[in-house]
Design a protein around this ligand. Sequence first.
Ligand code: SF4
Length: 281
Amino acid sequence: MPRVIDTGEVIGVIAGLCKKACYELSDDFVHALKDAHEKEESPYGRDTLALLIENAAYAKAEQIACCHDTGTAVVIMEIGQEVCWRGIPLGEAVDAGVRKGYDEGYLRKSMVRDPLDRVNTGDNTPCVFHPEIVAGDKVRVTVMPKGGGSENMGAFTTLVPAQGEEGVKDFVMKTVSEAGGKTCPPVIVGVGVGGTMDKCAWLSKKALLRPVGKHSPVPHYARMEDELLARINSLGIGPLGMGGRMTALAVHIEYFPCHITALPVAVNLQCHASRFASTEI
Ligand code: SF4
């Protein structure tokens, strides 16, 4: 028997997650900020990290947005294949949840209806919705508000296979160097390797959802994560670009099989407002 869920149930769930994500940074991320504060050698960098830690605590205590840019609402829904929906179309319910959450939560509305005419939709919809089918009869919902400054500095390329690991690392370093302080560091560096262009970009974003600093289970990717983190933290960009060692808190690499002729690489950068919240229906 399929489990029947009314799509109306999704609206309140997503509204709550939009607010929680924008108000409360995860414990592991705040812990990583505090760890970076301990390690930072630059006085400006240390002062900046202290402000970011205070800002995160204040936002959580007061239940207000930890950054004015409350982002594009990225909604990920892992839907058990035994779930059957009834009610309004699921995509409409998801957008209704975003609309409600951004309105009730006094969160900035940043979406424009057309990239060229630039008219604000006024309610932060449409969201970017990623439904995925998984085993079981549960639905896991994640809302990930993604700020413009860090998202704008992401990049994609397709290398030739002979460029291999060195080519991947060079592209990551080039992307982070060129981004400099525009991404509001310290950042999480999400890297996708393989797949197609669209799959690769998605891998780089999903990599940002991993607990901060948790390594890839694949030894050669875990080694690359450590090497890239050390190289990035030698660039001198520092917290908010003020100079220092703590430019990145972690590098997370996700991979997928790919075509024999291709070596796609995507980099998605996550600023210090690393926001996401999840729940299960
Ligand atoms: S990049 Fe991040 S921290 Fe900087 S303004 Fe945008 S959302 Fe806020």
